[in-house]
Design a protein around this ligand. Structure first.
Ligand code: HPA
Ligand code: MG
Length: 253
């Protein structure tokens, strides 16, 4: 089976695992090979990739609610380690403000900060952390605005290189609005990193610079992601045993 490897707009095919598609923004070195630290590739979880819940150590209170483990904790750790290297290779030895979008990204954020600290160990410029929550007004009138809660002074981000750390991109709206807000505030450069990118049509186009896992259109819980505030403490990324009421899954492919 083929794996597509996009190299500066060109496509080449290599034989790889059938269920992992590599598609990223690799940089070509002068010798024509992909630079080791610039070959940013995404890990794609295929729709039928489901590991049995009983094969993992799951909190008793959640046992009946979960249909499958989609991404085990160990795999998240491995992927985040590489993602940190890719982020460092792209951003370089510059001051970096990491912006954690609570609550969903709290686990991804701490794992990423730990790995970035190793990846940036020889950097002369510091890394700072901030925590926000976004309140969107999609349920009332769609004003295209979000309220950012948590930063005492949003002006702190003016002139900064900001990496937004999100749990999941779905419609793209929250992330797009957050980016827009930061750019209006005068952030110097912005990037986004997301633990998950769901394979659904975006309502708005949004840049996804560093994606840990691309996942199919399933309702996901665990590793920070919730359903009615539950499951955030679950350490694996799981799908629920059935679609929770009120969640309509779109048909995909
Ligand atoms: N799970 C939890 N929260 C979410 C999801 C999901 O699949 N999609 C958007 N927010
Ligand atoms: Mg949520």
């Amino acid at each position: 089976e083929k794996v597509r490897l996009k190299v500066k707009g060109r496509q080449s095919a290599v034989n790889r695992y059938s269920h992992f598609i590599v598609e990223g923004n690799g940089e070509m070195a002068s010798n024509g090979h992909l630079c080791k630290h610039m070959a940013a590739a995404d890990a794609v979880i295929p729709p039928d990739f489901e590991l049995p819940v009983d094969a993992f150590d799951i909190p008793h209170c959640y046992e009946g609610d979960l249909g499958a483990v989609i991404v085990p904790e160990g795999m998240i750790k491995d992927r985040v380690r590489r993602l940190a290297k890719d982020i460092h290779a792209k951003i370089g030895d510059n001051e970096l403000s990491l912006l954690c979008v609570l609550k969903g990204s709290y686990k991804f954020f701490t794992a990423l900060v730990d790995e970035l600290a190793y990846a940036r160990s020889s950097c002369t410029q510091p890394m700072t952390v901030d925590f926000i929550r976004c309140q969107s007004y999609e349920d009332t009138q769609s004003t295209g605005m979000i309220q950012i809660i948590g930063l005492s002074n949003l002006q702190e981000l003016k002139g900064k290189n900001v990496l937004i750390v999100e749990d999941i991109v779905d419609s793209g709206q929250t992330l797009a609005r957050l980016l827009h807000t930061l750019e209006e505030l005068g952030a110097q450069k912005t990037w986004t990193t997301t633990l998950l990118s769901k394979n659904v049509p975006r309502k708005v186009d949004v840049k996804e610079d560093f994606v840990a896992f691309r996942i199919p259109d399933k309702f996901i819980v665990g590793y920070g992601l919730d359903y009615n505030q539950k499951f955030r403490d679950l350490n694996h990324i799981c799908q629920r045993s059935d679609n929770p009421p009120g969640i309509v899954l779109r048909k995909c492919n």
